[in-house]
Design a binder for this molecule. Structure first.
Ligand code: MN
Length: 206
């Protein structure tokens, strides 16, 4: 049984950056539907007891094509949104400290350089998808973007996402309409860098 994380803040807590109606619809409708559909498909495929990270990095093991597709889309949606909602906070924004800050600067030049590169990838993703910051067990950081509910786990190269920007229109259209770049800029005001740093450290500890 796969469960949505409990939101650690109210729907309106991320105002004015992310509006309450978007948060409520995103969590209680979109994320809830991905989660229900994942549970149904995983049950049918006999993989309901697996870890979601294992499932998404070994989709080829699911022989039934329709179930494999359902688990890719809905399992991705389940996992991606648990990550997304758990790395936002009303006390977010600013910059990380410590090891993650050092590695971001080493990898991308400076924090603003990192922000520009990730924002560019997320803004440039054609259609629905995500922008990602990922790491591997050696602590190497990479940026990428993916379509639909795909994520770096599915690429099977040992990279695990530690921060994701949802650029599906459902994540921003009510407030930002077609201005995806404005939403991405606002998203940086609610990033919980402590949560991202904690994700970073847990991947490295393996
Ligand atoms: Mn979404």
């Amino acid at each position: 049984m796969f469960n949505q994380i409990q939101l650690p803040y109210a729907y309106d807590a991320l105002e004015p950056h992310i509006d309450a109606l978007t948060m409520e619809t995103h969590y209680s409708k979109h994320h809830a539907a991905y989660t229900k559909n994942l549970n149904d498909a995983a049950q049918k495929a006999g993989v309901a007891d697996k870890e979601i990270t294992f499932l998404l990095s070994s989709l080829d093991n699911i022989s039934d094509e329709a179930l494999r597709k359902a688990i890719r889309n809905n399992g991705g949606g389940f996992y991606n949104h648990n990550l997304y909602f758990s790395t936002m906070s009303p006390d977010g924004g600013g910059q990380p400290v410590g090891l993650l800050k050092d590695e971001l600067e080493k990898s991308f030049g400076s924090f603003p350089d990192f922000q520009n590169q990730l924002s560019g990838l997320a803004a440039g993703q054609f259609g629905s998808g995500w922008g990602w910051l990922s790491t591997n067990r050696d602590g190497k950081l990479i940026l990428s973007a993916s379509a639909n509910q795909d994520n770096p786990l599915m690429e099977g190269n040992g990279f695990v996402p530690i921060l994701g920007i949802d650029v599906w229109e459902h994540a921003y259209y009510l407030k930002y309409k077609n201005l995806r770049a404005d939403y991405i800029k606002a998203f940086f005001n609610v990033i919980d860098w402590k949560a991202v740093a904690s994700n970073y450290e847990s991947v490295m500890k393996g």
